[in-house]
Design a binder for this molecule. Structure first.
Ligand SMILES: [Zn+2]
Length: 239
């Protein structure tokens, strides 16, 4: 039996036995961790706040074989507000959906962890449009994993953009007309600028952006499709 202390965000919870839950925590120190919260469904359970989705806490865990049990949780931010508003809730769930695909057990990724916290904070406390937060989050995730979309210059010839631009799914980059690959789709200047503005604007300033809804929708659908192609997984995005 060994004890560890980790900083993590609850990204999933499942019932287990009568009164227990198994929670999925995305941790700064070791990526995804599954841990049991014993007796947590009882009304007076000491750790019941730690079973809630989005809860950001310092968790004390003991391992028995391959399994962890939570023995203590020092809550840093419950993100309770995310569960009080349907639009915020779904927006924050979308962030977790992405994280569940790219997060790995026993593999820490500090950037991914910090960007997730910033995204949840932006939706919960900064009044940002969850759609723009997701656009920025996806762009950040691509960058963090080494798939730069090349939003500022053609991803093939590196020339600054002028005239038409395209997204090439096979390469996962934005290109000029001369460099577009098979299956490339043209992206309008509006959609391109939504992506660029989301890329360069900090999470806590996203609420100041007033962007055309249709272009944001299109940008999100291109990014989601690109994400699914890259990771060969469907993501369950609600919007
Ligand atoms: Zn080019």
């Amino acid at each position: 039996m060994s004890e560890i202390r980790v900083n993590g965000i609850v990204i999933g919870a499942k019932d287990f036995k009568e009164a227990d839950k198994i929670i999925t925590i995305y941790t700064l120190e070791r990526g995804i961790v599954y841990a049991k919260l014993a007796g947590v469904k009882k009304p007076n359970a000491k750790l019941k706040a730690a079973k809630e989705l989005f809860c950001f806490a310092q968790f004390d865990l003991v391992s028995k074989g391959d399994f962890f049990s939570v023995t203590g949780a020092n809550i840093i931010e419950s993100f309770f507000c995310l569960s009080q508003d349907l639009e915020k809730f779904y927006g924050a769930c979308n962030i977790l959906e992405v994280l569940k695909v790219v997060g790995r057990e026993n593999e820490n990724n500090q950037i991914l962890f910090l960007e997730t916290l910033k995204a949840l904070d932006s939706i919960g406390f900064k009044g940002s449009d969850p759609k723009l937060v997701l656009i920025k989050f996806l762009i950040k995730i691509f960058e963090a994993l080494g798939y730069d979309l090349s939003l500022n210059r053609c991803g093939k010839c590196s020339m600054p953009f002028s005239g038409k631009r395209f997204f090439s799914p096979a390469d996962g980059v934005v290109t000029c007309l001369a460099c577009k690959g098979a299956g490339a789709v043209e992206i309008s200047p509006q959609v391109h600028s939504v992506m660029r503005l989301c890329q360069i604007t900090d999470f806590d300033k996203l609420s100041s952006l007033k962007l055309p809804a249709q272009a944001a929708e299109e940008a999100l659908s291109i990014l989601t499709k690109n994400f699914e192609d890259k990771f060969d997984r469907k993501i369950n995005i609600t919007h």
